[in-house]
Ligand binder design. Structure first.
Ligand SMILES: Cc1ncc(COP(=O)(O)O)c(C=O)c1O
Length: 399
């Protein structure tokens, strides 16, 4: 039987396949209930434990838990004293958070285009974007595949820049034998609902820099020099000082209760995701007009997303029409990303326009993200393969 015969005769799936529901087990639920019963539901011992376990997992001295990765990226910039007059380089091919935090800090986001093969920022284009005002670089590890950190690290060293890795997609990613989180001065993770490790909403910064770790911790909770849990602990003092006009970015014990167990299962999660990626590849690779994501020859992809590239030149419909047709087959899909400089705010706030980043735009027109989550069954995966195959086969242009 050919793959077309196998999949095209498959009946349409009955219920809509969701894009990415979280994988919450009984351990997470019991831990959250334990917090609810304990009388301590805000930042406390479970946050401290999650911080220790994350630092140990990524191989960093410190991890600071926060309410989001956005807060983490912002606090790294603030802790470095980056503000008006400074420039920070990042990619247009990301979620807007990576760029917006630079604006929040009062600095200027300078964008450098990506490579078409791995969607990641091109170090040669970073080099061309560096000016005397550049203070930092925020590389984004798209879909869980690491950026070229040796090249980026070398540029940072040469020009005295700080690297703040946006690892929102990249918990469990490795680059040349090192875990993401242990490579640059700062790494920021997201635990948003769709991430490989989730706390509903949440984020963390990892670093080996003890002074910066302390600063970020203090800045994350109003600039208080002791958090509330320590003040109410036996032997703790009720008095505190405010040493900085800080923010309200702390994580709660309810969130940390989820995160602790999610993190303990991370290696099994990555194995499951690698197996899903392999099944997708086996079922999709003979379809003309598709480029599939791959392993990172330099490291380990943590398989946060499964992004396809559609060969639009040989299709009679565009990517958004493909999404609609997949929906008719009861398969949800998504787009990662519309390049940031194409949004309506870009002209006023970023000073960029369509045409400025051709590779990001080329990818942004063609990218389609398939459903990808731990509990996806072999049957679900085959339904997706059948739906993609049907849409691609029926809408291919004749040669
Ligand atoms: C690349 C990237 N950076 C930053 C963020 C922001 O993460 P958070 O929602 O935790 O603030 C996201 C969120 O999806 C992201 O995908």
């Amino acid at each position: 039987m050919t793959p077309d015969e196998k999949y095209l005769n498959r009946p349409k799936r009955q219920a809509m396949l969701p894009f990415c529901p979280p994988d919450i087990g009984p351990e997470e639920i019991d831990e959250v209930v334990d917090s609810l019963r304990s009388g301590w539901i805000t930042t406390g011992p479970k946050v401290a434990k999650f911080e220790q376990e994350l630092a140990a997992y990524v191989g960093a001295k410190h991890a600071m838990m926060l309410n989001s990765a956005t807060s983490g990226l912002f606090l790294c910039l603030k802790a470095l004293g980056i503000g008006p007059g400074d420039e920070v380089i990042t990619t247009p091919y990301t979620f807007a958070a990576s760029v917006n935090v630079i604006l929040h800090a009062g600095a200027r986001p300078v964008l450098a285009d990506v490579r078409k093969d791995d969607f990641n920022i091109d170090p040669e284009l970073i080099a061309r974007a560096i000016t005397p005002k550049t203070r930092a670089v925020i590389p984004v590890h798209y879909a869980g595949r690491s950026c070229d950190m040796d090249a980026i690290g070398a540029l940072a060293k040469k020009h005295n820049l700080t690297v703040i890795e946006d690892a929102a997609h990249a918990i469990g990613t490795e680059y040349r034998g090192k875990k993401t989180g242990s490579i640059s001065r700062f790494t920021v993770f997201s635990f948003h609902a769709v991430k490989n490790v989730t706390t509903g909403e949440g984020g963390a910064v990892s670093t080996d820099d003890t002074a910066m770790a302390e600063k970020i911790k203090v800045m994350s909770l109003h600039g208080m020099n002791k958090d509330a849990w320590k003040r109410y602990a036996p032997g703790g003092k009720v008095q505190y000082d405010i040493v900085y006009p800080g923010y309200k970015f702390n994580m709660t014990d309810l969130q940390a209760g989820l995160g602790i167990h999610q993190l303990r299962k991370i290696e099994q999660t990555l194995e499951k995701r690698r197996a899903i990626a392999a099944r997708y590849r086996a079922g999709l690779e003979d379809i003309p007009g598709l480029t599939l994501p791959g392993e990172d020859p330099q490291g380990r992809n943590c398989w946060h997303l499964y992004p396809l590239l559609l060969d639009l030149e040989n299709l009679s419909i565009d990517r958004n029409q493909v999404i609609e047709l997949l929906k008719q087959e009861n398969v949800s899909s998504n787009v990662h990303y519309t390049p940031v400089h194409l949004f309506s705010y870009a002209k006023e706030f970023l000073g960029y326009k369509p045409g400025d980043f051709p590779n990001a735009e080329w990818l942004g027109e063609r990218e389609l993200t398939l459903p990808f989550y731990n509990r996806l069954s072999d049957d679900d995966i085959d339904d997706v393969i059948a739906a993609v195959r049907k849409v691609m086969t029926t809408n291919r242009t004749a040669h």
